[in-house]
Unconditional design. Structure first.
Ligand SMILES: [Zn+2]
Length: 407
């Protein structure tokens, strides 16, 4: 096998968390995205010292678009909006291959939050959604999956800026120390010999001629598998790993251990559940969904010695978690459940369909501040709209790409 494909340094990088295998569509990747008008505007606003003006406007006004011609309507802010930032890893090496975030960029983002926003814990944010305090806008920080570089790179920064955060753990990964199925696929595609790869149940050949093609092939395979029934997905994963053994050193120590989790908890980090095995919940029966949600909750509670009240749906789009899962989450005793549907949350929002914002790929203070203030300028959708957004295909990637809606 070409050694270059095993070398982490040769792996094409995406800045921020940017692939369909996790909670973001590949189109959201910024590393290959040319500078667009938003980046130009962001840096122009920053260079001209107008960012504080935008910040002030976003606290007082909302700009909503409506209709086919996307007409604008400006109104005064009538109530608080709540942003939940969604991150995955903080680091650049090895698994997860779909995602990188330079610790220095993460620090810039946390410093900006500390200086310009009211940063609250997820629990406080949920309480404010239920009973608005009149304190205005607030931001909470969350991490999905529980990669171990959160302990190495994120924890010191979170402590430095006193940022409360919630980490959603995949119970099986904590129990076994092994990475999730999609991370194994990405590693397999990094080391697979030959210029092409064929897999059972999947049409055609996947090109592996370059590091970029390998990452694209892995993204494509995971994208297909997440929509297949679990037994088929498992067969494809087994067939893939039967062709070549995954190097143990590439898999070791990538997920948070109990020792790291407990140290982070002692430092004030909160933990939520991210199911047992990171499945596509909409592909499971209600009984299986209940098992994924209830057993992961119980496992983490036993390990932490305290209630686990918050949940993140794997992949996070409505078509991924399914229409019935929010009710099951509530029945299992979860206080909240976050999605990857883009947007802010208004008072009264459905706590088991909370929206989030992903800005990890914004590498400059100009773009991070601009995009976050822009989210607040757009404002939160009213609760009744959120309640209508639970159907399996009512929100889609195209809506996300257009600037509103889910992914
Ligand atoms: Zn996840």
């Amino acid at each position: 096998m070409p050694a270059a494909f095993i070398n982490d340094a040769s792996t094409p990088r995406t800045s921020g968390c940017a692939a369909v295998l996790a909670e973001v569509s590949p189109e959201d990747s910024c590393s290959s995205r040319p500078a667009n008008w938003r980046d130009f505007v962001a840096h122009t606003i920053y260079r001209t010292g107008m960012l504080p003006v935008l910040r002030g406007i976003s606290r007082r006004y909302q700009i909503r678009t409506s209709g086919r011609n996307r007409s604008f309507r400006v109104s005064r802010v009538s109530g608080p909006s709540f942003a939940i930032l969604c991150y995955h890893r903080v680091g650049t090496e090895g698994i997860p291959y779909y995602c990188t975030l330079e610790p220095s960029v993460f620090e810039m983002q946390m410093r900006y939050l500390r200086e310009h926003f009211r940063v609250v814990s997820l629990g406080s944010l949920c309480e404010e959604i239920r009973n608005p305090s009149g304190s205005g806008q607030a931001v909470a920080v969350t991490f999905d999956d529980g990669y171990s570089d959160l302990y190495t790179h994120a924890l010191p920064i979170l402590r430095k800026y006193q940022i409360p955060a919630t980490v959603y753990l995949i119970a099986d990964c904590v129990r076994t120390g092994e990475v999730a199925w999609y991370d194994r696929i990405f590693l397999a595609l990094q080391i697979a010999p030959g210029p092409t790869l064929s897999l059972p149940f999947l049409p055609g050949e996947f090109k592996l001629g370059s590091p970029e093609q390998r990452t694209a092939a892995a993204t494509r395979i995971v994208s297909i598998l997440r929509r297949m029934p679990a037994p088929v997905k498992n067969k494809v994963c087994s067939a893939l790993e039967a062709q070549f053994a995954l190097p143990a050193e590439k898999l070791a120590g990538k997920m948070l251990s109990w020792a790291q989790i407990r140290e982070m908890r002692a430092a004030g980090i909160d933990f939520g559940a991210h199911t047992l095995s990171h499945p596509v919940l909409s592909q499971l029966s209600d009984h299986e969904v209940t098992r994924e949600l209830a057993d992961s909750k119980r496992f983490l509670e036993e390990g932490l010695g305290e209630p686990v009240l918050d949940l993140a749906y794997p992949f996070g789009r409505p078509e991924d978690y399914g229409a019935r899962t929010p009710a099951i989450a509530a029945q299992c005793g979860y206080r909240s459940a976050v999605t990857t549907t883009r947007g802010l949350n208004a008072p009264g929002a459905d706590l088991h369909r909370l929206r989030r914002v992903q800005l990890g790929e914004q590498e400059s203070e100009a773009s991070f501040g601009f995009h976050l203030h822009l989210e607040f300028l757009r404002g939160a959708d009213p609760p009744e709209h959120l309640a209508d957004a639970g159907g399996p295909l009512e929100l889609c990637r195209e809506e996300y790409q257009s600037g509103r809606g889910g992914q």
